[in-house]
Ligand binder design. Sequence first.
Ligand SMILES: Nc1nc2c(ncn2[C@@H]2O[C@H](COP(=O)(O)OP(=O)(O)O)[C@@H](O)[C@H]2O)c(=O)[nH]1
Ligand SMILES: Nc1ncnc2c1ncn2[C@@H]1O[C@H](COP(=O)(O)OP(=O)(O)O)[C@@H](O)[C@H]1O
Length: 224
Amino acid sequence: MAKLFRAAILGPPGSGKGTISKRIAQSFGLQYVSSGDYLRAGIPANTEAGVQMKTYIERGLSVPDHVVTGLVLPKLEQLSSHSWLLDGFPRTLAQALVLNNLYQLDLVISLNIPYETLKDRLSDRWIHPASGRVYNMSFNPPRVQGKDDITGEPLIQHDDDKPEALMSRLRQYKEVAKPVIDLYKTQGILHSFSGTETNKIWPYINSLLSTKLNRQLSDAHQTP
Ligand SMILES: Nc1nc2c(ncn2[C@@H]2O[C@H](COP(=O)(O)OP(=O)(O)O)[C@@H](O)[C@H]2O)c(=O)[nH]1
Ligand SMILES: Nc1ncnc2c1ncn2[C@@H]1O[C@H](COP(=O)(O)OP(=O)(O)O)[C@@H](O)[C@H]1O
């Protein structure tokens, strides 16, 4: 059996993690595991804890580690025979250490996108709240303006995607992400990509993954 491939993509809100992850999942057949999607889907709306969690998500604040790991790790257990790509997890060092105790990642992609670009993208980001589907009015607009492509339901804009809130979200992201990035750098599995356009970064990520996955496959074939 081919060896399983485990990867994660890191980057600030708006850096294109979701957009790039979907391309990776499609091109390389990895299972896509998004902590944001699981949090949105997994939080019971009608409990006090659920209401509190929703407030974190709506404001773009980090949800407590035990809540996120409690949702993501069981999903990974279900995917024990699959190769996967994590989007948005781990976000904190505590999450990274828990993950590290269970799985050895093969590759971590880190996206470095200038603040001005993030600000422009997020102020133009529209979301279908029930599914987490994301649109951008210039980059990937919905087929009908203001409506989700699949359900036809209205799209909304998050308050925390507005420039005033974004600055503090990004500052918080940077502080929290640094030790996570350092951990993966030390392990020699970190690959960073900088730029302002997803379509220009994508060919480099595509080629990195092709190389890594081919190498992994040929190593697996050589193992007696
Ligand atoms: N203009 C522009 N928008 C982009 C580009 N890449 C992604 N986006 C949009 O920017 C927003 C943030 O991207 P997303 O993948 O949700 O980032 P995430 O928060 O890191 O998961 C979305 O509205 C995307 O459609 C790009 O190269 N140019
Ligand atoms: N690993 C995580 N740790 C803590 N909170 C998280 C994590 N992943 C997602 N969240 C919460 O879910 C929200 C939505 O996540 P996501 O869809 O990845 O959006 P974004 O890329 O804009 O941060 C985040 O703003 C945050 O509140």
